[in-house]
Ligand binder design. Structure first.
Ligand code: AMP
Ligand code: MG
Length: 331
C-alpha cells in the first residue's frame, strides 16, 4: 500500500509518499518565511503555498518514481491550522482523489507528529511530549485516544520563542536562533515560572522577557538562555508530573514537533527520564518539522485499518480541532 500525504497547516507546504513497510518514497516541502519583523499572515502564507503547491506534488511523485495511479490513498491535514493554508492542501487532495478515484483521508496534524515518532521507533506505550508552533502538550494513549496529561493554557512554546525572537529583531523561526544565542548565555535571570497541576502558561514569561529585553539591562544571550531554561524546565516538570500519574504503564518518552529539535530541551528530558529508568526517543531533525510524511503515515494507518475515506465534497477543513477528539482505532 502506498499513501501520499499533504501537509499545509501553516508555514510548510509538504508532500510525502510512504509505503506500508514505512519506506519513505519521497518528501518534498517548501516553507514560507514571513518578512523580518512580521508574523505569519494567513493569506500571504496561503498565497505562497498556492504558487508552489502543484510543483511540490509533481516533484514528490517524480522523486518516488510513481504515477498518481499507483497511490492507494491521499491524506491531507484537515487541521488545526491557518484556514487559507489548510484550504490549499484540501483542494489539491480533493482534486487528486476525484480525478484518480482514490480514497481520501483527513488527518489531524498533531496525530501526524505523534504517529510518525511512535511508528518509526515502534513504541508501544510512550509518554509523548509534543512541542511545536501549534501545540505544547504532554500526551499518552488511553481508551482509544491520545489524551492530554498536561498542556499550555495559553501560547505554545514555539510561539513563545518565535515572538520573543521577533521582538528582539531576530530571524524567523526564532527557536533555532535562540538556541544558538542561549548556548553563549552565562547568567540565569529569574523569569515567571507558571505551572498549575499539570498545565502551564507561557504568556507571563513572554511579557517579562520582552520587558527585560526592552530595558536593555541584560544581553540577548543571557535572556535567551534564561528563557529556554525557564520554558523547558516547565515542560519537563509537566512531563514528570504526568509520568507520576501514569508511570506503571509508560515504557518510553517520545519528543516531537519543531521544538523537539532543541538539544537543551532534549537533554533535560533525558535527565528526567533517566531518573525513572526510561529512554527518550527523538527523530532526526527534519522529521520534527512539519512534513507530508506525518500526514501520509496516519492516512496509511486508516487505510490499513479499513477505515472509509471521505467523499471529496466532504473533505472540509477544521481550523480548530483538538487531538483528543480523534478516535484512533488502529492502536
Ligand atoms: P512546527 O510548528 O512543528 O513546524 O514547529 C515549528 C516551531 O519549532 C517554531 O516555533 C520554531 O521556532 C521551533 N523550532 C525549530 N527548531 C528549533 C530549535 N532548535 N529550538 C527550539 N525551537 C525550534
Ligand atoms: Mg507541527
Amino acid at each position: 500500500m502506498i499513501v501520499l500525504g499533504i501537509e499545509s497547516t501553516a508555514h510548510t507546504f509538504g508532500v510525502g509518499i510512504i509505503d506500508d513497510r514505512l519506506n519513505i518514497l519521497s518528501d518534498v516541502r517548501i516553507r514560507y518565511n514571513p518578512p523580518k519583523g512580521m508574523g505569519m499572515e494567513p493569506f500571504q502564507t496561503a498565497e505562497y503555498h498556492s504558487r508552489y503547491a502543484v510543483d511540490v506534488v509533481k516533484r514528490a511523485l517524480e522523486e518516488s518514481g510513481l504515477s498518481v495511479g499507483a497511490l492507494d490513498a491521499v491524506a491531507y491535514s484537515r487541521g488545526p491550522g491557518l484556514g487559507p493554508c489548510l484550504r490549499i492542501g484540501a483542494t489539491i487532495a480533493r482534486a487528486l482523489a476525484l480525478k484518480h478515484n482514490i480514497p481520501l483521508y483527513p488527518v489531524h496534524h498533531a496525530i501526524g507528529h505523534i504517529e510518525l515518532v511512535r511508528s518509526m521507533f515502534n513504541l508501544s506505550n510512550p509518554l509523548v511530549v509534543l512541542v511545536s508552533g501549534g501545540h505544547t502538550t504532554i500526551t499518552a494513549f488511553r481508551d482509544g485516544r491520545w489524551r492530554s496529561y498536561g498542556e499550555t493554557l495559553d501560547i505554545t512554546v514555539g510561539n513563545l520563542l518565535d515572538v520573543f525572537a521577533r521582538e528582539a529583531g531576530l530571524d524567523f523561526p526564532g527557536g533555532p536562533v535562540i538556541e544558538r544565542l542561549a548556548s553563549k548565555g552565562v547568567r540565569y535571570i529569574e523569569l515567571p515560572y507558571n505551572i498549575k497541576g499539570s498545565n502551564f502558561q507561557f504568556s507571563g514569561l513572554l511579557t517579562r522577557a520582552v520587558q527585560l529585553l526592552n530595558e536593555g539591562r541584560y544581553s540577548i544571550e543571557d535572556l535567551s538562555y534564561s528563557l529556554q531554561e525557564t520554558a523547558f524546565s516547565i515542560i519537563v516538570e509537566a512531563a514528570e508530573r504526568a509520568l507520576a500519574s501514569l508511570k506503571d504503564d509508560i515504557d518510553s518518552i517520545a519528543v516531537t514537533g519543531g521544538v523537539a529539535s532543541n538539544n537543551t530541551l532534549h537533554n533535560k528530558l533525558v535527565e528526567m527520564a533517566g531518573l525513572h529508568g526510561l529512554r527518550v526517543y527523538r527523530l532526526e531533525k527534519k522529521w520534527n518539522s512539519d512534513n507530508g510524511i506525518q500526514i501520509a503515515i496516519v492516512g496509511l494507518r486508516m487505510l490499513e485499518h479499513g477505515i472509509q475515506g471521505v467523499k471529496p465534497e466532504e473533505a472540509y477543513i477544521l481550523q480548530r480541532w483538538r487531538f483528543d477528539e480523534v478516535d484512533i482505532p488502529w492502536m
